[in-house]
Write a protein that binds this ligand. Sequence first.
Ligand SMILES: Cc1cc2nc3c(=O)[nH]c(=O)nc-3n(C[C@H](O)[C@H](O)[C@H](O)COP(=O)(O)OP(=O)(O)OC[C@H]3O[C@@H](n4cnc5c(N)ncnc54)[C@H](O)[C@@H]3O)c2cc1C
Length: 244
Amino acid sequence: MTDTQSATERPTRTERADVVVVGAGPGGSATAAYLADHGVDVILLEKSSFPRDKICGDGLTPRATKELISLGVDTTGWQRTKGLRIKGGGHTLQLDWPQTETFPDYGMVRTRMQLDEELARHAERRGALLVERTSVTGPLRDTSGRVTGVSAKRLDDRGRPTGELVDYRAPVVIASDGVSSRLATAVGREKREEYGGERSEARSGMAHVVFLIGRHRVAVNPFRPSPDGRPQGAVGLAPRPAAS
Ligand SMILES: Cc1cc2nc3c(=O)[nH]c(=O)nc-3n(C[C@H](O)[C@H](O)[C@H](O)COP(=O)(O)OP(=O)(O)OC[C@H]3O[C@@H](n4cnc5c(N)ncnc54)[C@H](O)[C@@H]3O)c2cc1C
């Protein structure tokens, strides 16, 4: 039990991993897939269960398409697009995707019902442990305040708490729980309105740490300044040095 938990909140059990990723949307599933791909022991927690839908335009730009290809997702048969058509105020603009060497010259359309499950299953196939119907309720901290995991409640297939409370402990916790990220709020990160309120959090509770996990170095620097000098999260993976 941590100093933030009361006796009635004692976990039923505790699970451990190298990295806990909270939220199996595109961000969390992609992160978990990359980590697992590099041999990192990763648990991916998701409060809903797949398939589940999400409000979205379902459009994937060439940039997003490139990310999916890099990730190794099989997009055979997915609906392709050749550009954007924008209608409004009596005007129609048709913009073809640009021809560049950096990105494919097509985008795609995939419903979130399909896309999010495919990405989550992809992370699973890469070796991540996907745990659905598990709602993260807050960070766990040690006595120094450092984040050491998250507490979660298990839900039944109608989204109601089962009464089972689980602590997931890891030296690295990644909050990918969406734009409203309660986990980010709970660890004191403020929304960045200049990015539409988006927050991408890599929280270890320390300013700049490198973990040696298996054959890899996982570097976490939650406060790496962006070009405009503002803090931003960063997680990096690199081969473990031979001497270490
Ligand atoms: C109306 C609208 C239209 C959009 N259209 C497009 C579009 O056409 N193309 C495009 O590229 N983007 C679009 N977007 C943006 C896109 O939806 C987001 O960029 C994307 O969903 C962000 O992915 P994410 O993984 O960061 O978060 P999310 O997709 O929000 O995923 C977060 C995940 O975390 C889970 N979660 C949340 N809290 C907890 C918790 N406590 N415990 C466990 N799990 C939790 C959620 O269930 C969810 O699965 C649109 C957004 C909106 C609002």
